[in-house]
Design a protein around this ligand. Structure first.
Ligand code: PLP
Length: 661
């Protein structure tokens, strides 16, 4: 489907790995590498939404108000983080970006509403599950108040958090998810103090509990109903929508609900229609079909006599992670303005036809609201580079046949027989591995066969650039030959979707961009898990298997940034290998380009993560003390060695769970 390397970086030059260095040297003879080349190579202007750029001295800069506003260098921020005593990895949050995203959502809907002459207004809500961090919810509630931006919750915990932040009476507080009596009581109390609470009925059984609690508290709740659309969106989250979705009522169940509400004299409580197609809907066609069908449901409820007033389209507004602007899963084939105009237009067209007044439009955009505002920064600890193989001129007398065959393969490689040579190399290496397992060949002989094997792969990699069509097997070779850059972070903790659903995030060095990146690498984290790897990277044409990186310089840190990680990644992470939460720093950038560290959150210590798995760090120290005392008694260590032993363990237990320099 797609392969790796420079071919797609837009320079229009041929690619293969072996030639990359030469190619770049060649380039540098003709014209030096410029920061613009880096910007294009890593696609920063395609996926950065104007929030990120490359400075003339090769740093990635953050521009929270877009290209015209202030810019702050990321390496400079990293220095500031280190001076404050925090190590990498560190999650960097930029509060202004959150504000900018909320503002542009409202401005975009506002523009569509005005141009099209729509009669209702836009009421965005933020789904708390996408990033439950206190500071995020607080910032959204505070900054969002000027637009009546509300919150969406799916559990009692989220509801309590939301009520503690919302004060605007016009902002919506949408209660989705399974609701027990206690959940409903909490929501009713929030309504009593003046919040605009909606209980969305997701399952037919919920109505009974709501009616009962409302009677007890003598209140009339505002109800919504979640419908199952037959429209389905493609992508990772397709199951959230469509007729087979877990949540939502079928048309028959909706009719039944209306009858029950009528029978209880409660139809006037029904105010909102809700649906959710799934997250990251990358094709605008699915959005349009969904809203058309949803508006029909809405009209149907009005025709049944419900007062209504709100149509809630759920989430789905996608993020263009790879910058390709296509309907590929990690992208979207529409702009925010197209999204809002299409929605407003479709609702209008459908409802005007049947003379139903325009409702307020609610969307529950989570991903698109928060993805941009945080990025993960980490340093590279080491790189493993496959050097050209040392091969003997003459083979020893007792060289096994398969090794001789491998050498034959190596000398005969040409562009015409690459696939054949590849197959042979795999075959003879396999034979040698078997012979080794049975004891027929020794360690040195096996080692010789591996050297020839890798030498063959390197040659094939060089030669394959001359082919018009590169066979699939040979495309994978670049991944085998790629450098491995060891990053100081855990995928399981910090980028769970990269591991779980192969979600792509933009990754790039945050400095040295005035230099040409001459290496091709993959990134490994510091968990000892073979899944702890990033070996797919964004690319305008889809994804690529290796990332262009700079060679490490001795004594100098090399920093990479993973961008657009503000949505879902923070709370889905886990404690694989007991690597805990990383340090978090939030900054706010002022109009004059100065910035302030507004918040810092120290990551987990080793003691923290041990206590999550039910160790008591104090008990651990006690037991270490007595073990060391026994060693003193048995004469194996001196009392002062015991002291040193305990001190090292105490420091370790108080330290950061990641690699510290
Ligand atoms: C997850 C979810 C959202 C958020 O979707 P995004 O695509 O992140 O905007 C909104 N509404 C409901 C009901 C959800 O389950």
């Amino acid at each position: 489907m797609r392969d790796s390397g420079l071919q797609k970086s837009g320079h229009g030059l041929p690619k293969p790995r072996g030639e990359l260095k030469e190619l770049n040297n060649f380039r540098s003879l003709l014209q030096p590498w410029r920061v613009e080349d880096s910007a294009e190579l890593y696609g920063i202007h395609s996926w950065g939404a104007g929030y990120f750029d490359v400075s003339s001295n090769g740093d990635v800069v953050i521009c929270p108000n877009g290209p015209q506003g202030p810019r702050v260098s990321i390496p400079e921020i990293i220095e500031g983080i280190k001076e404050r005593g925090y190590d990498m990895p560190c999650l960097l949050r930029v509060e202004n970006i959150l504000d900018s995203q909320i503002a542009s959502l409202h401005e975009s809907f506002g523009k569509a509403i005005k141009t099209l002459g729509y009669k209702g207004s836009y009421r965005g809500v933020f789904p708390v599950k996408v990033n439950q961090q206190q500071q995020v919810i607080e910032e959204i509630a505070d900054f969002g108040a000027r637009y009546h931006h509300g919150l969406e919750v799916g559990s009692k915990g989220e509801l309590i958090a939301a009520v503690s932040h919302l004060s605007d009476r016009e902002a919506c507080l949408i209660c989705n998810g399974y609701k027990d009596g206690e959940f409903i009581d909490l929501g009713l109390q929030a309504q009593r103090i003046g919040l605009n609470v909606f209980f969305v009925i997701e399952m037919p059984g919920e109505l009974e509990t709501i009616l009962q609690r409302a009677r007890i508290h003598d209140m009339r709740p505002k109800l919504g109903v979640r419908c199952k659309l037959s429209t389905r969106a493609s992508g990772h989250w397709a199951e959230s929508g469509g007729e087979r979705s877990v949540f939502g009522l079928s048309p028959a169940e909706i009719v039944d609900l209306i009858d029950k509400l009528k029978a209880n004299d409660m139809l006037d409580c029904l105010r909102l229609l809700h649906y959710h197609l799934g997250s990251q809907v990358s094709n605008i066609r699915d959005i349009r079909l969904g809203v058309q069908e949803g508006a029909r449901f809405y009209a149907g409820l009005v025709q049944e006599g419900a007062p209504m007033g709100y149509i809630d389209l759920g989430g789905g507004l996608a993020v263009d992670y790879d910058g390709s602007h296509t309907n590929y899963v990690s992208s979207r084939n529409y702009t925010l303005d197209e999204y809002s105009a299409d929605i407003v237009e479709a609702i209008m067209a459908t409802l005007d036809e049947v003379n139903v007044p325009h409702p307020h439009i609610v969307t529950e955009s989570g991903r698109a609201t928060v993805a941009y505002y945080s990025l993960l920064l980490f340093n590279i600890l080491d790189a493993s580079v496959l050097e050209p193989m040392q091969l003997p001129e003459e083979l020893p007398e007792d060289t096994p046949e398969p090794v001789k065959n491998l050498r034959e393969v190596l000398v005969n490689i040409s562009p015409r027989n690459l696939q054949e040579c590849y197959n042979d190399a795999i075959y003879y290496r396999g034979e040698m591995r078997q012979l080794f397992a049975t004891g027929a060949v020794n360690l040195r002989q096996r080692c010789l066969s591996e050297r020839f094997f890798w030498a063959i792969l390197m040659r094939i990699s060089e030669e394959k650039g001359k082919l018009k069509v590169i066979p699939r097997d040979l495309q994978d070779i670049d991944t085998y030959l790629a450098d491995i850059y060891y990053g100081n972070f855990s995928i399981f903790q910090s980028l769970p979707d990269s591991w779980a659903i192969d979600q792509l995030f933009p990754i790039m060095p945050v400095h040295r961009l005035q230099e040409c990146p001459t290496r091709l690498g993959i990134i490994s984290d510091i968990t000892c898990d073979s899944d702890g790897q990033i070996n797919h990277f964004i690319d305008q044409q889809g994804d690529k298997r290796t990332l262009e990186l700079h060679p490490l310089k001795p004594g100098e840190e090399y920093y990479l940034g993973v961008f657009l990680v503000g949505a879902y990644q923070e709370t889905l992470g886990d404690l694989h290998n007991l690597l805990g939460d990383n340090n978090v720093v939030s900054i706010r950038i002022e109009d004059d380009g100065s910035y302030e560290f507004v918040r810092e959150q120290e990551g987990d210590t080793v003691a923290d993560v041990l206590s999550y798995v039910e160790y008591d760090p104090r008990r651990i120290m006690e037991s270490l003390r007595s073990t060391a005392e026994r060693a003193v008694r048995e004469g194996r260590i001196t009392p002062s060695q015991r002291f040193a032993f305990l001190q090292i363990f105490e420091d370790g237990i108080r330290g950061y769970t990641y690699f510290e320099r």
